[in-house]
Ligand binder design. Structure first.
Ligand SMILES: Nc1ncnc2c1ncn2[C@@H]1O[C@H](COP(=O)(O)OP(=O)(O)OP(=O)(O)O)[C@@H](O)[C@H]1O
Ligand SMILES: [Mg+2]
Length: 146
Protein backbone atom coordinates (compact mmCIF):
# COMPACT_ATOMS: atom_id res chain seq x y z
CA UNK A 1 0.00 0.00 0.00
CA UNK A 2 1.23 3.53 -0.63
CA UNK A 3 2.30 5.56 2.35
CA UNK A 4 -0.58 8.04 2.18
CA UNK A 5 -3.21 5.29 2.28
CA UNK A 6 -1.34 3.65 5.15
CA UNK A 7 -1.21 6.92 7.07
CA UNK A 8 -4.90 7.58 6.51
CA UNK A 9 -5.60 4.27 8.25
CA UNK A 10 -2.98 4.97 10.90
CA UNK A 11 0.49 3.44 11.06
CA UNK A 12 2.03 1.93 14.19
CA UNK A 13 5.76 2.47 14.62
CA UNK A 14 7.82 0.35 17.00
CA UNK A 15 10.96 2.52 16.98
CA UNK A 16 12.31 5.98 16.22
CA UNK A 17 14.03 4.46 13.20
CA UNK A 18 10.70 3.17 11.87
CA UNK A 19 9.15 6.59 12.38
CA UNK A 20 12.01 8.15 10.41
CA UNK A 21 11.43 5.73 7.55
CA UNK A 22 7.75 6.69 7.52
CA UNK A 23 8.80 10.36 7.39
CA UNK A 24 11.12 9.73 4.46
CA UNK A 25 8.39 7.91 2.53
CA UNK A 26 5.94 10.70 3.34
CA UNK A 27 8.34 13.35 2.03
CA UNK A 28 8.56 11.52 -1.28
CA UNK A 29 4.76 11.33 -1.59
CA UNK A 30 3.89 14.93 -0.75
CA UNK A 31 2.84 17.33 -3.50
CA UNK A 32 5.05 20.39 -4.05
CA UNK A 33 2.53 22.84 -2.67
CA UNK A 34 1.68 21.43 0.71
CA UNK A 35 2.50 22.16 4.31
CA UNK A 36 2.51 19.66 7.16
CA UNK A 37 0.94 20.14 10.59
CA UNK A 38 2.09 17.63 13.23
CA UNK A 39 -0.14 17.35 16.29
CA UNK A 40 0.45 15.20 19.32
CA UNK A 41 1.54 15.34 22.92
CA UNK A 42 5.12 15.76 24.12
CA UNK A 43 7.37 12.91 23.07
CA UNK A 44 5.01 11.30 20.57
CA UNK A 45 7.61 11.54 17.80
CA UNK A 46 6.93 14.76 15.88
CA UNK A 47 10.56 15.81 15.70
CA UNK A 48 11.58 12.22 14.96
CA UNK A 49 9.19 12.24 12.00
CA UNK A 50 10.67 15.53 10.78
CA UNK A 51 14.11 13.91 10.93
CA UNK A 52 12.82 11.27 8.52
CA UNK A 53 11.21 13.87 6.27
CA UNK A 54 14.59 15.62 6.11
CA UNK A 55 16.29 12.36 5.20
CA UNK A 56 13.71 11.81 2.46
CA UNK A 57 14.51 15.24 1.05
CA UNK A 58 18.20 14.38 0.92
CA UNK A 59 19.16 16.54 3.89
CA UNK A 60 22.14 14.96 5.59
CA UNK A 61 22.82 17.20 8.62
CA UNK A 62 21.31 16.59 12.03
CA UNK A 63 17.77 17.80 12.68
CA UNK A 64 17.02 18.97 16.18
CA UNK A 65 14.00 20.64 17.68
CA UNK A 66 14.06 24.37 16.91
CA UNK A 67 12.46 25.30 20.21
CA UNK A 68 14.81 28.19 20.87
CA UNK A 69 14.81 29.72 17.40
CA UNK A 70 11.17 29.00 16.36
CA UNK A 71 12.18 27.60 13.00
CA UNK A 72 15.14 26.13 11.16
CA UNK A 73 15.61 25.93 7.39
CA UNK A 74 17.37 22.99 5.77
CA UNK A 75 18.42 22.87 2.14
CA UNK A 76 17.42 19.70 0.32
CA UNK A 77 15.34 18.72 -2.73
CA UNK A 78 12.90 21.17 -1.18
CA UNK A 79 13.76 23.72 1.46
CA UNK A 80 12.52 22.24 4.69
CA UNK A 81 11.27 24.82 7.18
CA UNK A 82 10.90 23.09 10.53
CA UNK A 83 8.87 25.19 12.93
CA UNK A 84 8.07 24.43 16.54
CA UNK A 85 5.15 26.56 17.74
CA UNK A 86 5.23 25.13 21.27
CA UNK A 87 6.21 28.47 22.80
CA UNK A 88 4.35 30.71 20.36
CA UNK A 89 1.35 32.37 21.88
CA UNK A 90 -0.41 34.48 19.30
CA UNK A 91 -0.51 35.40 15.62
CA UNK A 92 1.36 38.61 16.35
CA UNK A 93 4.53 36.61 16.91
CA UNK A 94 4.13 34.99 13.50
CA UNK A 95 3.49 38.26 11.66
CA UNK A 96 6.72 39.67 12.97
CA UNK A 97 8.57 36.55 11.82
CA UNK A 98 7.14 36.75 8.27
CA UNK A 99 6.99 32.96 8.14
CA UNK A 100 3.95 33.10 5.83
CA UNK A 101 6.51 33.65 3.07
CA UNK A 102 7.31 29.97 3.33
CA UNK A 103 3.83 28.83 2.32
CA UNK A 104 4.82 28.28 -1.30
CA UNK A 105 7.19 26.06 -3.25
CA UNK A 106 10.07 25.35 -3.02
CA UNK A 107 9.50 25.37 0.73
CA UNK A 108 8.04 22.58 2.77
CA UNK A 109 6.86 23.96 6.08
CA UNK A 110 6.45 21.41 8.86
CA UNK A 111 4.92 22.74 12.06
CA UNK A 112 4.92 21.07 15.48
CA UNK A 113 2.16 22.29 17.82
CA UNK A 114 0.03 23.80 15.00
CA UNK A 115 -2.78 24.35 17.52
CA UNK A 116 -0.74 27.30 18.77
CA UNK A 117 -0.86 29.04 15.39
CA UNK A 118 -4.44 28.35 14.21
CA UNK A 119 -4.53 30.98 11.45
CA UNK A 120 -1.11 30.26 10.07
CA UNK A 121 -1.88 27.91 7.19
CA UNK A 122 -4.85 29.95 5.95
CA UNK A 123 -5.90 28.61 2.53
CA UNK A 124 -2.65 26.78 1.84
CA UNK A 125 -3.08 23.01 1.33
CA UNK A 126 -2.15 21.47 4.66
CA UNK A 127 -1.69 17.81 5.46
CA UNK A 128 -2.48 17.19 9.08
CA UNK A 129 -0.98 14.31 11.01
CA UNK A 130 -1.73 13.20 14.54
CA UNK A 131 0.81 11.30 16.61
CA UNK A 132 0.01 9.38 19.77
CA UNK A 133 1.22 6.51 21.90
CA UNK A 134 -0.74 3.28 21.53
CA UNK A 135 -1.57 1.08 24.54
CA UNK A 136 1.27 -1.28 23.56
CA UNK A 137 3.71 1.69 23.62
CA UNK A 138 4.12 1.83 19.88
CA UNK A 139 3.78 5.28 18.34
CA UNK A 140 0.75 5.81 16.13
CA UNK A 141 0.87 8.20 13.19
CA UNK A 142 -2.32 9.06 11.36
CA UNK A 143 -3.12 11.41 8.49
CA UNK A 144 -6.31 13.18 9.52
CA UNK A 145 -6.57 15.69 6.69
CA UNK A 146 -5.01 16.02 3.25
N1 LIG B 1 8.12 4.48 17.50
C1 LIG B 1 8.69 5.64 17.84
N2 LIG B 1 8.50 6.74 17.08
C2 LIG B 1 9.04 7.93 17.44
N3 LIG B 1 9.80 8.12 18.55
C3 LIG B 1 10.02 7.05 19.33
C4 LIG B 1 9.48 5.78 19.02
N4 LIG B 1 9.83 4.92 19.99
C5 LIG B 1 10.58 5.62 20.86
N5 LIG B 1 10.70 6.90 20.47
C6 LIG B 1 11.42 7.95 21.21
O1 LIG B 1 10.46 8.91 21.64
C7 LIG B 1 11.01 10.21 21.60
C8 LIG B 1 10.19 11.10 20.70
O2 LIG B 1 10.68 12.39 20.82
P1 LIG B 1 10.38 13.56 19.79
O3 LIG B 1 11.30 14.67 20.14
O4 LIG B 1 10.39 13.06 18.39
O5 LIG B 1 8.88 13.92 20.21
P2 LIG B 1 8.06 15.25 19.91
O6 LIG B 1 6.69 14.81 19.59
O7 LIG B 1 8.77 16.09 18.91
O8 LIG B 1 8.04 15.98 21.33
P3 LIG B 1 7.91 17.55 21.67
O9 LIG B 1 6.44 17.87 21.71
O10 LIG B 1 8.54 17.66 22.99
O11 LIG B 1 8.63 18.33 20.60
C9 LIG B 1 12.45 10.06 21.11
O12 LIG B 1 13.29 9.99 22.21
C10 LIG B 1 12.41 8.74 20.36
O13 LIG B 1 13.67 8.11 20.31
MG1 LIG C 1 9.47 18.04 18.94
Amino acid sequence: MDILSELREGVLSASAEETETIGARLAAALPDNAALALSGQLGTGKTTLVRGIARGLGISGSVTSPTYNIYTIYQGMRQLVHMDAYRLGDAHDLDSLAVGEFLRPPFLVVVEWPENVPGFFEEYPTWRLRLSIAPDHRHRIRLTQG
